[in-house]
Design a protein around this ligand. Sequence first.
Ligand code: FUB
Length: 746
Amino acid sequence: MKKTFLSAVLMALAALTANAQNPFVQTWFTSDPAPMVHNGRMYVYTGHDEDGADFFWMQEWRVYSTEDMVNWTDHGSPLALESFSWADDRAWASQTVERNGKFYWYICAHSKISNGMAIGVAVSDSPTGPFKDAIGKPLFENGSWDHIDPTVLIDDDGQAWLMWGNPQCYYLKLNEDMISYSGELGRLEMTEEAFGGPMMSKREKGKEYKDSYVEGPWLTKRNGVYQLLYAAGGVPEHISYSTAPSPTGPWKYAGQIMPLCDTKSFTNHCGVADYKGHSYFFYHSGKLPKGGGFGRSVCVEEFKYNADGSFPTIMPTDEGVKPIETFNPYRKVEAETMAFSRGVKTEQNDEIGVYVSEIHNGDFIKLQNVKFDGNVPKQFTARVASGLRGGQIEVRLDSLKGELLARLEVPGTGGWEKWQTLTTDFLQQATGTHDIFFAFTGRKGPKLFNFDWWSLMADNSPSPTGEGSGERLLVVEEGGLGDYKAIMKEEAGLEAHTVFVPQDLSAFSKKNPLPVLVWGNGACTNSPWEHFKFLNEIASHGYLVVATGFIPVEEKPYQGPMSTTQQQIESIDWAISQNADPSSPYYEKIDVKNICAAGMSCGGLQTLYNCADPRIKTMMICNSGLFKESNRGQAKGGMPMPEKAKLKEIHTPVIYILGGKEDIAYENGMDDFHKINHVPACAANYPVGHGGTYRQPHGGEFTVVALAWLDWQLKGDKQAAKMFKGKDCLLSKREGWTIEKNERMK
Ligand code: FUB
């Protein structure tokens, strides 16, 4: 008997993992879904049923969003009972609406002021919060327990209507500020004609009614007709609707939408939204394992309105909806983005937001409709933390036991919130569009690790058009040797640039900001493919490096068009704007007064071209120098070619780092150096020729000298200054190096 039951459960689970999309959140019990479409994304605001609850002891509200209707991102809980000083219990149904760039979240909760249920409103500048109580008191309460389940509609004429109630449906006209109202509390006429039957308490004994309104109203408008959807019929509930020419009525019963079915929940609660040409019906069921009447979970079905705008019958399914777009894995993806999961939970903190937790051996996360096409995935990167012994993330194709694409070993990192970014190579090629599974393995029993985000890197050249630009990233040489493990990444909104920066920005602040290095590449290539080890190493010592050009996915020549001198200026502009932007992760963490402009070969010419920019504090001209009249003919097309007079515009200390007499730029670089006598200047030579040491592990000797220069010039490090200052400076004694200094530097 036991065996039969167990195999039935396992079969049910297998069916769920193979095709199921409903319930579409598996990490927590979620209820009372309220969809909202904003800026091309579908958001769903939900309640949160407590695990193992015996009533609706609900403490918080949650937010989820998607752009393809199957892979949902958990935005955590930006609103809870604690957000309302007057509320002490029952964080029940809610709805959010946007007006004039602000997001208003109407909720109901038990009020300790009136000892009844009350309607409240929270506000935020973002759909995912943080939200705060907009008025510091309930928007409406009068001690009655009727006041639950607010729904809101902004009408075509701008009038916002708020409706709610069980068993009486109430309404108020909101003012334009959305946080106050005008006029008296309205009551819909709860008649048989309006709702198929009067409210339960007013029913005549023995008389049969078609239906009746209970709770959970959802007010919407289609083809000029108002539609009110609601939980109907008493317990257990189904979903019905009524229509009217005005929100105040007269309402006319229009029939059932989702009839009574075995959803394992005696309540139902709906919301509808159109998105990317499709119509969706959201509701809840008790069908998650261990779920039920007090452990509900949000579900979604696609439907088509009838030609006259009326609703068809919509049946609950386990399959749910089909993806309407493919999923791009070549970007930073929050681990809490998933089409399905087993075993895992999500948590959140102020520093990194939401992450996946409670990962045990055998648990998994599934992503649906992932598009590999056009790129061949080469590396898998993940940010993880483990206070115990870690485990593994297996990336598998199409199923839990599918082809193994990559396997990341996660070590103990010294704490559940001590994050490390780790990378592993792909073991197999993957093409086409597939589901992928992150199968978690490790010792049986204990928690393995927490999981913050992941990314795939592709085996292709960066796109010269910027296609794909936005969130690709790569860990280079395990993050570098410095105190701050670095990462190489694209930044959304900064096209054709590559950023190298410490992975964990929490160490940096207004008091301890990151100085900046802006970099131009050899041959004016539009990718730092030759210099990424050198630049990454510098970043690992506590610098923000913004390099011209597309992120190099591997160390092979970039083939696209050349970069421009302007890209260095864009790098400086971007760093300054990020530091000033409260919504940026770099906000007040960048030392915008300490910026070094630097570049190699043609990138050095770009730097010299830009030398007059007053925001530059120092310069490094590497394997480069302005062409002389006598050798201008050697320059390649497209190189910036300032006259030597340009050198007069340099207003900062400058170092030339050259590759000795074998360096084709030696003559020009040394000539520049000898001409500069108005600012401190030096020329350091290491006999490796024009290529420098950038491609050696961690950038080799050139990194040592560049870092000392940066530490001295931008961080005021006296120890670093000894590399250059004085007759017996350390560089003069360092093996292989020679240094010459002008009068201003001696
Ligand atoms: O979630 C608590 C209550 O259950 C809601 O307010 C009702 O609509 C019902 O779904």
